[in-house]
Design a protein around this ligand. Structure first.
Ligand code: BTN
Length: 261
């Protein structure tokens, strides 16, 4: 009989530190911290399958199989923030993709609060950029009636980052993943709460001020389709509106964007 894989080891010291520091607005968060996980997404899904409520948070010091959007690998050595939040929402299933934008806005506000130099923007749908380099990525996965919001933030990692990425530490932030988490959980609770109560309109207003690439010529790939055109706006439901050369306006709810000029 094959040996069972050992259960991942909990980081009780980190859990205690974070519980003690959590603000009153997040007093009911249930923090589960691990030294290492394959992916915080898997652990959060498994917690949700066992009935974990909104407020359950899974953290890992490092991940051995971190994943990103579109099947990409999210390299996850020590020094980054790797976290997944369990959310059970009363909003319609058709609105759930908006949570990627809600989370992108929250992460951008956290980064803006913590760094001391650099221009922050959000690359649709949800990459957080500092001076046009990626500092944080977001992955949303829904199963059953639970949504898992995964976030990876490059906190003090500078070595080995690709040219297209950067870290908070390189922009003057304190290199403390717990401090980043504590700010992030407040920002995410605030914006997820706003979305839950009022829908996408307030999120859209705040996000439009941060969106990168609006007015530029972009290339968008969605599935097997690739189109080029001018990025015009974020519409009322969070789709990116692109005007093609023919004048045709099209709105996309998924895709990968690159700025051409
Ligand atoms: C992306 O930009 O492609 C999204 C990256 C999401 C990475 C985070 S790290 C915490 C959580 N666990 C994972 O395996 N992925 C997300």
């Amino acid at each position: 009989m094959p040996a069972l894989a050992p259960s991942p080891e909990r980081d009780h010291a980190r859990e205690n530190r974070l519980r003690a520091a959590l603000s009153a607005s997040n007093a009911n968060a249930n923090i589960l911290a691990f030294h290492a996980l394959v992916s915080t997404m898997d652990e959060a899904h498994s917690q949700a399958e066992q009935g974990a409520p909104t407020g359950t948070v899974v953290l890992a010091g490092r991940q051995t199989g971190g994943r990103g959007r579109l099947g990409r690998v999210w390299s996850s050595p020590e020094g980054g923030l790797y976290v997944s939040f369990v959310l059970r929402t009363g909003r319609a299933a058709s609105e759930i993709p908006q949570l990627a934008l809600v989370a992108g806005l929250a992460a951008a506000e956290t980064v803006r609060y913590l760094i001391h130099q650099g221009a922050i923007s959000v690359k649709w749908p949800n990459d957080v950029l500092i001076d046009d380099k990626k500092a944080a990525g977001i992955l949303i996965e829904a199963r059953g009636n639970a949504v898992i919001i995964g976030m990876g933030i490059n906190v003090k990692r500078s070595n080995g980052l690709p040219d297209t990425a950067t870290s908070l530490e390189s922009h003057g932030a304190e290199a403390d993943t717990d401090a980043v988490f504590l700010r992030l959980i407040d920002d995410l609770s605030q914006w997820a709460g706003e979305w839950e109560r009022q829908g996408f309109a307030p999120v859209r207003s705040a996000l439009r001020l941060l969106l990168n690439g609006i007015g530029h010529m972009v290339r968008l790939s969605a599935g097997s389709e690739t189109i080029e055109g001018q990025a015009m706006d974020l519409d009322e439901s969070g789709r990116l509106v692109i005007r093609q050369d023919s004048g045709l306006l099209r709105a996309f709810s998924i895709g990968e964007v690159s700025i051409l000029r």
